[in-house]
Design a binder for this molecule. Structure first.
Ligand SMILES: Cc1ncc(C[n+]2csc(CCOP(=O)(O)OP(=O)(O)O)c2C)c(N)n1
Length: 880
């Protein structure tokens, strides 16, 4: 201490404390420290202990458990995996430099993966769920190749999925051979990958919500999963993503000791060091510990044990603790002689520690994350930790074993074109029995099936319950109640006024009452339940809380009382749309991940959905989810008063870009009911991968009854609501709450002597998708099988006449999706809400954007005389 004003006194305290540890052990020492800490707090001396510990392994040599594996066999296996992973990437890049792929990340993480695969990660239906760093995928494929789950042909088609598909179709490849996706993508490899992690930060977040969802299922009696764990292997650079960090305190608060993260601290990201001028491990330790996680550091390999033992004065740990990461990376990239003079040469004390060692011995000193004995000890400790999740911070070298050109180099992340001598050196470094020719050919190789290595590999997986990763779909279908049971009020609304949001909440409440389906529904909100009128559900089904309710709610006597319960059904995620969608994803994929079908309904401010957390929705889409996203208070002019940030005119457009998302903009409660019913039947009865985005609005207006014959049109994208009048014909396409404006325009136009056809367009996206499909299906071969069925859009056109005016509370591309499929004698003009929103009344907003009844009439009437060939090119600019 530089400001130590009484050295002797300090020394006495030190000695007393050392004696305490020596004579009474660590437990007692901790007790005394806690006492002193309490005293310090009481005395208000404003001192908080640092969360950071010494730069050494958390598990001491004395505490280290026996390593139960066969180190030799595991090292041989790991060498094969490293080789095949490397060969896969280098081959792909020989075929085309554009194909990409990574070697250095897996090279640094291989042992972290292998200890997991050989000793911890359980497979099978009841197994663990492992989120795997995406750019380490080649290593995971290499393991599956050794296991015999992937073939050489598969490996040859790494990042060449289309080539593989075409070759199989042509008969050049045996059926079953397939390409391997660049990263974990369940959608592309539906029996292999479980969790997409390629967009960094999303895997960490989703893993937390998955672990919490498992608790939710257990507490609600839907699944017994107390032995099941969620693991995640992530990068240290990835921890900079806001999503990675955003739910750490939630995980600790929920006591998720079923969750273990392994952060591979190779100190580098893509461009350079994660914290060149600092120490990322120290920073992460402080952050995680501060958030309430257990932290287990595995920094140094077994060969360092002797070095630390030769250092009673602690000079080594202190020097390591002082070395910033940028410097540590330089040490990783250089040889033993460099490290001797530049690191150990810092002081005579340090030099002495390595004086009996050769430069080669110094060079081969391993970091903790490359020593399976130390990794095993860390993982074993992680599993023993209780009451909170654990993070294992593993210190590694990026590009480990890739030689001088790549290990620890700034450019290592993208190093994938290895020269001949580099490949041969890699073979020698990992002792691979490959001839020079085989190396230069990048031959995929594995030991024979009866070799001790491969037998060991299978034995370990058999002991752990099966292979990983593996996606399994074996859930039973769930009966769906008839629509009349939960939506009679909507189908026969008969002019009763309500908003579609109110109708949704009412229907949800009734669905929740169904004995079989009800318990599987997962209502999710991000602190907007009251906004959407859902408060009654608090009491009806309760809000999930792992600890129940430890307080008397202020509104205890009310029918809307805020009721939290251990078996509560609503997931109230607080103000975290990212968290809410992660919960939704866990529930929507439960049919595959847990074999327990669930139906999540996440209702949110539609502006804070696809726009704000679009990438999380995209990642969910990759997992073939089954569930509903409900975009509430949607429509740029329907959400009056809220202004620019809230008024959503674009989410349906983004939703249209998600291929497996069916999106709808119903105008009426009856339409909404039919859409929900169809979705439930698809997801639960037919068990198809359907995922719906449905917008609802908060405008109250008269809801007509829906006739049974219109249901199919609702699902396919639109139906004729009404037609009347004589005279020159015109057609109105209206959606969502703007139906009210269209209805008023309808009456006005009929009065003006027009023949008017009014359609409710529930989904431009579905209309356009079907129309596009019909064109691409219209090949001679398919047509030879018989006439193609008319598309729904064609039907709508046949049922009407005249130019079309479309009115939407969205940006025009939402409606423009169908423009390419309109015949030239049916031009369409789109009245839309371009530009930013503003705070005002609905009427003012609609006048401003030009989507009110007056604007609709004006559009129809003002259109007379325009040549049909303009085909809507003269679209009114609504902000002028
Ligand atoms: C959201 C997102 N941003 C950027 C990337 C591109 N990217 C892929 S790997 C990588 C660096 C990863 O560094 P780190 O997490 O430290 O892992 P390492 O490869 O060092 O093990 C980057 C920037 C991505 N995949 N996802």
């Amino acid at each position: 201490m530089t400001n130590d004003i009484d050295l002797q006194e300090t020394q006495e305290w030190r000695e007393a404390f050392e004696a305490l540890i020596q004579n009474q052990g660590a437990e007692r020492a901790r007790f005394i420290l806690n006492e002193l800490h309490g005293l310090a707090r009481q005395s208000r001396i404003h001192w908080t202990p640092e969360a950071r510990t010494a730069y050494v392994n958390t598990v001491s040599v004395e505490e280290q458990p026996r390593f139960p594996g066969d180190t030799h066999l595991e090292e041989r296996l790991s060498a094969w995996m490293r080789w095949n992973a490397l060969a896969m990437v280098v081959r792909a890049n020989r075929i085309s430099g554009d194909l990409g792929g990574h070697i250095a990340s897996y090279a640094s993480a291989a042992d972290l993966f292998e200890v997991g695969f050989n000793h911890f990660w359980r497979g099978g239906r009841e197994g663990d769920l492992v989120f795997m760093q995406a750019h380490s995928a080649p290593g995971v494929y290499a393991r599956a190749f050794l296991e015999g789950r992937l073939s050489e042909l598969d490996l040859m088609h790494y990042r060449r999925e289309l080539q593989a598909r075409w070759a199989v179709a042509k008969g050049d490849l045996p059926s079953g051979a397939r390409g391997l996706s660049s990263y974990p993508h369940p959608h592309l490899m539906p029996d292999f990958w479980q969790f997409p992690t390629a967009s960094m930060g999303l895997g960490p977040l989703q893993s937390i919500y998955q672990a919490r969802f498992m608790r939710y299922q257990a507490h609600r009696g839907l699944a017994e999963n107390s032995d099941r764990r969620v693991w995640g292997v992530f990068g240290d650079g990835e921890m900079d993503e806001p999503e990675s960090m955003s739910a750490l305190t939630m995980a600790a608060r929920e006591g998720l000791d079923n969750l273990v993260w392994v952060v591979n601290c190779n100190l580098q990201r893509l461009d350079g060091p994660v914290r060149g001028n600092g120490k990322v491990i120290d920073e992460l330790e402080t952050l995680f510990a501060g958030a309430g996680w257990h932290v287990v550091k595995v920094l140094w390999g077994s060969d360092w044990d002797a070095l630390f033992a030769r250092d009673p004065s602690n000079a080594l740990a202190e020097a390591l603790g002082r070395t910033v990461d940028g410097q540590m990376q330089t040490f990783a990239a250089r040889d033993g002689a460099f490290n001797r003079s530049n690191f150990f040469g810092q002081s005579p004390e340090l030099s002495r520690i390595v004086e009996s060692m050769t430069d080669e011995a110094i060079d081969s000193l391993r970091r903790g994350g490359h020593d399976r004995i130390k990794i095993f000890a860390a993982y074993e400790r992680a599993l023993r930790m209780r009451g909170a999740p654990t993070v294992v911070l593993a210190h590694t070298k990026k590009g480990y074993g890739m030689g001088q050109v790549a290990q620890g180099r700034m450019t290592t992340h993208s190093h994938k074109k290895l020269e001949d001598d580099e490949l041969l050196a890699f073979r020698d470094r990992f002792n691979l029995p490959l001839t020079d020719a085989e190396v230069l050919d990048l031959k995929f190789t594995r030991p024979p099936p009866d070799s001790p290595e491969i037998r060991y590999l299978h034995e370990r997986r058999a002991m752990l319950g099966g292979y990983l990763p593996r996606r399994q779909i074996d859930s039973a279908s769930v009966p769906v109640p008839p629509i009349a049971q939960h939506a009679a009020f909507a189908l026969g609304a008969d002019g009763k006024a309500m908003s579609t949001t109110m109708a949704f909440v009412r229907q949800l409440g009734l669905l929740l009452k169904d004995a079989e389906l009800g318990p599987r529904i997962v209502p999710i909100v991000a602190d907007e339940a009251r906004t959407f009128g859902m408060a009654a559900l608090f009491k009806q089904v309760g809000i999930y809380s792992s600890v129940g309710q430890r307080y008397d709610p202020e509104d205890i006597g009310s029918v809307l009382s805020y009721r939290e319960a251990r078996d509560g059904q609503i997931l109230e995620e607080g103000i975290s749309e990212a968290g809410a969608i992660a919960s939704w994803t866990a529930a929507a994929t439960s049919y595959a991940v847990h074999g327990v079908p669930m139906v999540p309904f996440y209702i949110f401010y539609s502006m804070f959905g696809f726009q704000r957390i679009g990438d999380l929705i995209w990642a969910a889409a990759d997992q073939n989810p089954r569930g509903f996203l409900i975009g509430a208070t949607s429509g740029r002019t329907t959400l009056a008063g809220e202004g620019l940030q809230h008024q959503d005119g674009s989410s349906l457009l983004v939703a249209a870009t998600v291929p497996n998302c069916k999106s709808y903009d119903p105008a009426f409660a009856g339409e909404l009911a039919v859409i929900i019913q169809r979705g439930l039947e698809e997801m639960l009865l037919a068990q198809s991968n359907a995922f719906y985005y449905v917008t609802v609005t908060n405008a109250n207006y008269a809801q007509p009854s829906l006739s049974e014959g219109d249901a199919e049109g609702v699902i396919r994208g639109g139906y004729l609501l009404k037609s009347a009048g004589d005279g020159s014909p015109c057609t109105l396409f209206a959606s969502g709450a703007l139906i009210t404006e269209a209805l008023a325009a309808f009456d006005a136009l009929v009065q003006q002597g027009r023949r008017v056809y009014l359609f409710s367009i529930t989904s431009y996206t579905e209309l356009a998708r079907e129309a596009k499909r019909s064109i691409s299906d219209g090949t001679a071969e398919i047509q030879a099988k018989g006439p193609l069925e008319a598309t729904q859009l064609q039907r709508l056109l046949e049922q009407s006449a005249g130019p079309i005016v479309s009115v939407i509370d969205w940006v025009s591309p939402v409606a423009d999706q169908i423009r390419a499929y309109l015949p030239s004698d049916r031009p369409m003009r789109v009245l839309s809400t371009e530009g930013f929103g503003a705070s005002d009344t609905r009427a003012a907003l609609r006048a401003h954007f030009g989507v009110d009844a007056t604007a609709i009439v004006r559009a129809v009437v003002g259109w007379e005389g325009l040549e049909p060939s303009t085909n809507g090119l003269k679209v009114r600019c609504s902000t002028d």
